[in-house]
Ligand binder design. Sequence first.
Ligand code: NI
Length: 581
Amino acid sequence: MKRIISAVVALLLVISVIPMQTRAAQGGKLAAITFDDGPSAEYTPKLLDALKARGVKATFFMLGQNAQSNLDIVARAYNEGHEIASHSWDHPDLTGLSDSGVRNQLDSTVRVLSQGCSGVTDFLLRPPYGSTNSRVESLINVPMIYWSVDPEDWKYRDPDTVRSHIVDNTYDGAIILVHDIHGTSVDGALMAIDDLLDMGYEFVTVSELHRRREIPLENGEWHYSCKPNGTDVGPIPAPEITCAAHGAKMLVTITGQSNAPIYYTTDGSTPKQNSAVYNGPFEASYDSTITAYCAYDTNGVRSETTTMLPGEGVVGEVPYIRLNNGNVEMGKTTEEGVIFYTVDGSPVSLSSAVYSGPFPMPKGAYVRAASGGGFMKLSPENVVYCSERGTMFADMEPGTWYFDSIDRLAEAGMMSGMGNSIYAPKTDLTRGMLVTMLYAYTDVKLSAGWKKTSPFPDVEQDKWYAEPVEWAYRNSIVTGYKDKTFRPGNKLTRQELSVIIDSFLTYRGNTLPRGASCSGKFGDYGMIHHWALSSVEALAQAGLLAGDGKNVKPISNATRAEVAAIICQMMDYEAAHPVKP
Ligand code: NI
């Protein structure tokens, strides 16, 4: 499969995991420790824990019959980078068996080990007791591994003795024999490993030991040790993983040692013999965990594992969400990452849909979006609510007392947001805003080329509220202040609002009922200024102005939410009291 990496990809932010090399300096002392006769359900898992904690790789010469009943342990040891090898099916002296008996011992063991090692078929062999003859050897077509350090742990059964026998006899390039079917052997071996690590030894598998010193493992030949020969090609470097945002998927690039195949997975599992082998950049979903190692042989001749978790990099930019002709549009200012979104209210994740272009607004639903991917960390979410009427709100929840009023006015084009779907319902409305809303409501517009006749020097003709203010002045809906100013940016008190609404209804030919005082209705009645009293009372009587039930708060500023509610009441009143022509 060939892929062309476009120039666009190169622009996108790329996040890499560069593995740390923690191995001992190459050219140091090497040793291969081998564990025979297992695996043991009792001791081998504990041994694997201890080896993992020490970063030590070992070789396990397993008996087929024990492997068969402990396949999970075989798989674990293989996955953790140890070398799995054969020690026959049930430990006979092969020289005492017929040709077919020998073949059965070897073949049946390979079959079982292969199951635990995801299809590996070439296992080193250690014939039981190290015993062969020329007839047996002629039947063996894999390398045979003897040992150079034998602590006779099966005989002493004492951790300290096992430890000292190993430490005293190990030399650079040694192959150490221990058995993981005795607790005393495991304990002694681990103590010896700690001593030898302190002495500067690096533990490698048998195959890796030969690769490092470039000593070939010959089929059908015995191998005892790898004494220093001036050669150490060093450990295989762990691969570097790079992920870039790439539309609906991310593009994964893995680099490693040139001639060692790279095995990888995208589900977080350790690569195995039957895992994908890297052959060029590939696409993966953004929630993938990429795990890779370089391996000449997945069975113990491989690098450390490199893992890249999703969302490990820098934080993405919060995307914008906007409405354009009934379609939802999203975007961000940088090219880095992609935008993920949901329309069902669920939180955005790296497995959410990737935005690829405008889509019809989902009515009555939340749209949530965040950017990131290519292992960028997801940004915080931008959340908007799309109303049934087809309006988009970023700062209002359906169900609030003012939601329906603002939604209704927004749909009618009478109330616009403050940008980015922000409606700021709790902020105060200005005089310019109110007049603009009323002008949007009326059908009668100034003729094109309207000329300013209003006396307000603080209303410049190129301002968004200039035409509405002109219209309101001409129709006596507003009169301005005594100093001839209109003060369009001033906040509007509730009594000012009442006067303007009253004037607007009068202009529309819809006279409110009058005469009933609301002196007993509102506790703060005395605060209403004389010039507003008639209007406040008329609106209250018509049910357009309710206050909070106790007070009408005449000198409080009117919020955008309050104004929206009153205008909706006014529209309902007009609908219920049509003006007779
Ligand atoms: Ni044995």
